[in-house]
Design a protein around this ligand. Structure first.
Ligand code: DQA
Length: 146
């Protein structure tokens, strides 16, 4: 069975109460239940997680890549700072769709650069939480393990 891991980085546990004018009112649990329903329909094994720890994200990406699983990754602020996450993607061969809820390019300058984009299969930015569903659909449309 095809495996997709949805990995969320720092502060995304606060979705729903965190800067709602930027990130909206939905919680991470709302996103998880939407994606789980889609995965069930598509016959995909989906895992969904969140961590505030950079090394934890590195380990999860490595595990996914080495197991041949695909990843939907919202690395939060680590997007803009983490060479380690970039190296985990490159080093493990994980196929990653990078997602951002907000349009990072319309925000502060420090959010305009991503260490992940150059090693991602694709990037979905600024569509709110619908970005996760778009990323899921994009992965389905790509060949498994290609
Ligand atoms: C974010 C954008 C990042 O700049 C920010 O640090 C986040 C959330 C987004 O989903 O829009 O934590 O990744």
């Amino acid at each position: 069975m095809r495996q997709i891991h949805v990995l969320n980085g720092p502060n995304l546990n606060l979705l729903g109460r965190r800067e709602p004018s930027i990130y909206g009112a939905a919680t991470l649990a709302d996103i998880e239940s939407e994606l789980s329903a889609l995965a069930k329909k598509a016959g995909v094994a989906l895992t969904f997680s969140q961590t505030n720890l950079e090394g934890e994200l590195v380990a999860q990406i490595q595990n996914a890549g080495l197991a041949g699983a695909d990843v939907i990754l919202n690395a939060g602020a680590y997007t803009h700072t983490s060479v380690a996450i970039r190296d985990a993607i490159k080093g493990s061969g994980a196929r990653v769709i990078e997602v951002h809820i907000s349009n990072v390019h319309a925000r502060e300058e420090f959010r305009h650069h991503s260490y992940i984009s150059a090693v991602a299969a694709g990037i979905i930015v600024g569509f709110g939480i619908a970005g996760y569903k778009l990323a899921f659909q994009a992965l389905l449309d790509l060949n498994p393990g290609a």
